[in-house]
Write a protein that binds this ligand. Structure first.
Ligand code: ATP
Ligand code: MG
Length: 320
């Protein structure tokens, strides 16, 4: 569905040049749901805009839905939907008419566009709002309308730039429900960016992480977490001598010797927490040290980013 090679975008701002995207290679198969993650300014939107032909690449090539973004942008556009980071519906018409208008601009006849408009209104639970002006919708309703706009021509591939940003948890869950339904009903390939790591983790079957315009990780959330971040155990003893002993034992089983001691807490990284914890506790108790508390934690995608860059995705966000 998407095949990009060496995709690069350099912006000239006055005399400065900004390397927004630095030679991206990407292959996405039909039917995949890919979450594209990275801190503010990493190059996510720029990549999406190149893949959707809104922005010409500085260098590199990309075929999207079977057409070249540079030599056949019209061919690409007919086969994809794009929901930008900002609102895409205008304010000239009522909700349903906006959709019909959009459908016609994609080459549907008026009656086809009307039929499709009713289908997407239903799919995104917007029927009751069909006769409202877009400007009167709530944030979540508005975002659903944006998605409906991207879907009017039933594209086999849909790009969504932060579809759920700024919405409350209930509306976010609602957007996800609709996105997942698309995949079920139409087998739509979905390529989306999000800042909600937990959502990407649980919904996407593949996670691609971009930082400073380069892809730094690509795989299932599980793969990335176990390969790059690993599980963690934290065990508390009753005194310093016990902690020292527990740390010694930890050093023997920890992945890459990663053991830290913080007061009476010993933390270590292991491959599989659920298997390692009982074994570790047994060894510690056998050495005569009593354990006060024990905890096993699975890593998050933020831990993956931290392991790769030494920065937290969340901190990078705040300082960007
Ligand atoms: N039209 C432009 N002119 C100059 N620089 C730009 C332009 N568009 C984007 N950039 C720069 O390119 C870099 C990547 O921006 P991009 O919008 O792709 O980031 P992003 O990953 O989508 O971030 P966010 O999470 O904030 O949406 C940033 O440094 C940005 O300032
Ligand atoms: Mg963006």
């Amino acid at each position: 569905m998407i095949h990009a090679r060496g995709l690069t975008k350099r912006f000239k701002v006055k005399k400065e040049s900004v390397e927004a995207v630095r030679g991206i290679d990407l292959d996405v198969e039909a039917g995949q749901l890919v979450a594209f993650l990275g801190p503010n300014g990493a190059g996510k939107s720029t990549t999406l805009r190149m893949l959707t032909t809104l922005l010409p690449p500085t260098s590199g090539t990309a075929t999207v839905a079977g057409h070249d973004v540079v030599t056949d942008p019209a061919g690409v556009r007919r086969r994809i939907g794009y929901v930008g980071q900002n609102n895409s519906a205008g304010e000239n018409f009522l909700v349903r008419d906006e959709l019909v208008h959009q459908g016609c601009s994609y080459g549907l006849t008026r009656s086809q566009a009307r039929r499709r408009a009713d289908e997407v209104l239903e799919l995104l639970d917007l029927q009751l709002l069909a006769k409202r002006k877009p400007g009167t919708l709530s944030g979540g309703q508005r975002r659903r309308l944006d998605i409906a706009m991207g879907l009017i021509h039933l594209p086999p591939l849909l790009f969504l730039d932060e579809p759920s940003t700024g919405l409350d948890p209930q509306n976010r869950a609602n957007i996800w429900e609709h996105v997942l339904r698309l995949r079920e009903e139409y087998g739509t390939t979905l390529f989306l960016t999000t800042h909600y790591l937990e959502e990407a983790d649980s919904m996407a079957e593949r996670v691609v992480i971009i930082d400073h315009g380069e892809i730094i990780a690509d795989g299932t959330a599980e793969q990335l977490k176990s390969e790059l971040a690993g599980d963690h155990l934290a065990v508390t003893t009753h005194d310093e001598a016990g902690t020292r002993k527990a740390a010694e034992i930890a050093a023997r089983i920890a992945e890459q010797g990663e053991v830290t001691v913080d007061g009476t807490v010993v933390r270590l990284r292991v491959a599989r927490a659920n298997a390692a914890l009982p074994a570790y506790l047994r060894s510690v108790e056998e050495s005569g040290v009593k354990v006060a508390t024990a905890e096993a934690t699975r890593p998050t995608l933020d831990d993956v980013f931290l392991a790769l860059t030494g920065r937290s995705l969340r901190e990078s966000e705040e300082t960007a």
